[in-house]
Design a protein around this ligand. Structure first.
Ligand SMILES: Nc1ncnc2c1ncn2[C@@H]1O[C@H](COP(=O)(O)OP(=O)(O)O)[C@@H](O)[C@H]1O
Ligand SMILES: [Mg+2]
Length: 243
């Protein structure tokens, strides 16, 4: 299987000589969901910016085999455009045919359960709905890889759990891979096929956990002993590196 994204000995030092990312190797396979957890300031956003191509690493190489969409934490929606028009924006910029735009936007509106709010503007939306719209705006581009930088961390726990469940269901219906950064170990375990733990800065991957819960995961999974055992093991790895 050819990975959609591969890091080979990638590290990064900023011009002010901050060593932000230590030597990092990783592979993201087609359709796979991989989360990265690590202490704040360890280089997670730097890793993701390098993955996206926004930042050139100071050493090592990055191989991408597919198109890519970045989903940011604060949904950068245009306040004067309604949901439908925000989602359509990237396709309009790419000069996609009007009928094709409508067809694809209708499709993703349904995928993120926003069909009843398509005419609303961002200030009429809850945090969760803004996040859904932002996700739809990326989904409509049909990328091979999604990059998420703590997308749900501003939401309350209930909205977050709901979006986690929705995100898994949505991604199960398309064939994209995801690299997902989060502070929440339980979010990482619920969403992922693999969870990678990073060391403090200069961050590098110190441990990988394979998450064996299959592709269909219902909300009850969070309250099972198996789930608690795995989140507990990751949390204890996390604690041991912070000392
Ligand atoms: N443009 C920059 N110049 C210098 N240092 C930076 C720059 N951007 C980030 N850093 C530093 O690099 C380290 C890693 O940052 P970042 O990747 O944002 O961490 P994380 O996302 O894990 O919190 C931090 O110490 C941060 O202060
Ligand atoms: Mg960050």
């Amino acid at each position: 299987m050819i990975p959609v994204l591969e890091f080979i000995d990638v590290s990064h030092q900023f011009p002010d000589s901050t060593l932000a990312l230590g030597s990092t190797n990783l592979q993201l396979n087609p359709g796979e969901f991989v989360s990265i957890v690590g202490p704040s300031g360890c280089g997670k956003s730097t890793l993701l910016r390098i993955a996206s191509g926004l930042l050139e690493p100071s050493s090592g190489s990055v191989i991408r085999n597919g198109s890519l969409q970045f989903v940011f934490q604060d949904s950068t929606l245009l306040p004067w455009r309604n949901v439908r028009k925000n989602i359509a924006l990237n396709l309009e910029l790419d000069d996609v045919d009007r009928h094709e735009i409508n067809r694809r936007v209708d499709n993703v509106l349904q995928l993120v359960s926003m069909q009843d709010s398509a005419e609303k503007i961002p200030r009429q939306l809850s945090g969760g709905m803004k996040m859904r719209t932002s996700l739809a705006r990326s989904l409509v581009c049909e990328p091979d890889i999604f990059l998420f930088d703590e997308p749900f961390s501003a939401l309350d726990e209930f909205s977050r759990e709901r979006l986690n469940s929705d995100l898994r269901a949505i991604l199960a219906r398309i064939n994209a891979a995801s690299l997902f950064i989060t502070h929440s170990i339980s979010e990482a375990v619920f969403l992922s096929d693999r969870v990678l733990v990073m060391s403090p800065r200069p961050g590098h991957i110190i441990e990988e956990f394979v998450i064996p819960f299959g592709s269909v995961r219902d909300d009850e999974l969070r309250y099972t002993p198996e789930f608690a055992l795995l989140t507990g093991r990751i949390a204890s790895t996390f604690r041991s590196i912070q000392r």
